[in-house]
Design a protein around this ligand. Structure first.
Ligand code: NAD
Ligand code: TDX
Length: 327
């Protein structure tokens, strides 16, 4: 798999080692978002980490013949970074994915591509429809457009070259080991540092939250039971607006729920994402386990509180980047 030292990838590695007999090889460049500590203490007889770039064709072609299947998580993943400096998003999300699917095709390996609901653009708050596998692509940001591009490459490689691939598009994940640049861990660590959460704009934007472990169980289900060439949307009916989430974090951490700052909004900020995961549930029998967002959020707050060593060295640099933009 790729990107196993990142947030969702490291949760997937642990999920696979705990719930299956598979062995896992991680290819990860260990960018600012990758952290070896997220993989510490795993059973080394079933797990190894190779440090390298998914766009390095020589390395990828050396590794791919040794595995049965490739699950592709590696990406530049943060919308705000993509607005400041889009180039790494093109290199990793487009050229990196191209390099991997070329190798998977040459060596005839099963490929699963991890993507996002952001490829579909955004919805109005009162739109009764949610995203489905048939929703047209309409990405808004440099990040989401490069993810959309990578999805389309995979689809074309299936059709033109018979690549044995599936795709999944998941909603916003939360849980342990998420980089503190992202919304939920940023706010939790701001409170732990004695500062206030930072809400973009009025905070009415809606995200459809899913626990990272539910994303992992869905990916494993698709890998084992999914139909080649198909796309599956992954979501757990977790729509909440950002204001509600900030208030819940503050209350759970024993603070006044109004004790946050409004900061500059994100340019082009998508209003609402919402996933209809009927296809995955009915065709492959998948169900999410984490239905209680408040309990999942509380466990996530406890994890960041107990694991300051994991995040504290990245905090000052992350906040300095936001401060430059008044965020
Ligand atoms: P992340 O930024 O936490 O981790 C990305 C990982 O990829 C890091 O370990 C990084 O070192 C690695 N990486 C980056 N460029 C690389 C390269 N060129 N070669 C090798 N490794 C490289 O990201 P995440 O939030 O865990 O997201 C993982 C995947 O899930 C991404 O494809 C993302 O688009 C998708 N996704 C994320 C969410 C979410 O809510 N975070 C939701 C839906 C889909
Ligand atoms: O400080 C903040 N304040 C704030 O109000 C930050 C960092 C974010 N926000 C808002 C912006 C979004 O409406 O919170 C929401 C969530 O922001 P992010 O954590 O940056 O996530 P988002 O842009 O929704 O994208 C995430 O979900 C889809 C992941 O980062 C992507 O990789 C994934 O594809």
């Amino acid at each position: 798999m790729t990107g196993g030292a990142g947030f969702i990838g490291s949760n997937f590695v642990r999920y696979v080692l705990e719930n299956t007999d598979y062995s896992v090889t991680v290819l990860d460049k260990l960018t600012y978002a990758g952290n070896k500590e997220s993989l510490a203490g795993l059973d080394e007889s079933r797990f190894s980490l190779v440090e390298g770039d998914i766009a390095d064709a020589e390395l990828v072609n050396e590794l791919v013949p040794r595995v049965d299947a490739i699950v592709h998580y590696a990406a530049e993943s943060h919308n705000d970074n993509s607005l400041s400096d889009p180039r790494p998003f093109l290199d990793t999300n487009i050229i990196g994915t191209y390099t991997l699917i070329e190798a998977a095709r040459r060596h005839e390996k099963r490929f699963h591509h991890i993507s996002t609901d952001e490829v579909y653009g955004d919805l109005e708050l009162d739109d009764p429809n949610r995203f489905t596998e048939a929703t047209p692509y309409n990405p808004s940001s440099p990040y989401s457009s490069t993810k959309a591009g990578s999805d389309l490459l995979v689809r074309a490689w299936v059709r033109s070259f018979g690549l044995q691939a599936t795709i999944s598009n998941c909603s916003n994940n939360y849980g342990p080991y998420q980089h503190i640049e992202k919304f939920i861990p940023r706010q939790i660590t701001e409170v732990l540092e004695g500062r206030k959460p930072k809400l973009y704009g009025a905070g009415l934007n809606v995200r459809d939250w899913i626990h990272a472990d539910d994303h992992s169980s869905a990916v494993l289900t698709i890998l084992e039971k999914g139909e080649i060439g198909e796309t599956y949307l992954i979501g757990a009916d977790g729509e909440k607006n950002n204001l509600e989430v900030v208030e819940l974090i503050l209350e759970t951490m024993g603070k006044d729920k109004t004790d946050f700052d409004h900061v500059n909004d994100r340019p082009g900020h998508d209003l609402r994402y919402a996933i209809d995961s009927t296809k995955l549930r009915t065709e492959l029998g998948w169900q999410p386990k984490f239905q209680d967002f408040e309990a999942g959020l509380k466990a996530t707050i406890d994890w960041y509180t107990a694991n300051r060593d994991w995040w504290s060295s990245a905090k000052a640099e992350t906040e300095a980047k936001y401060a430059e933009k008044g965020q």
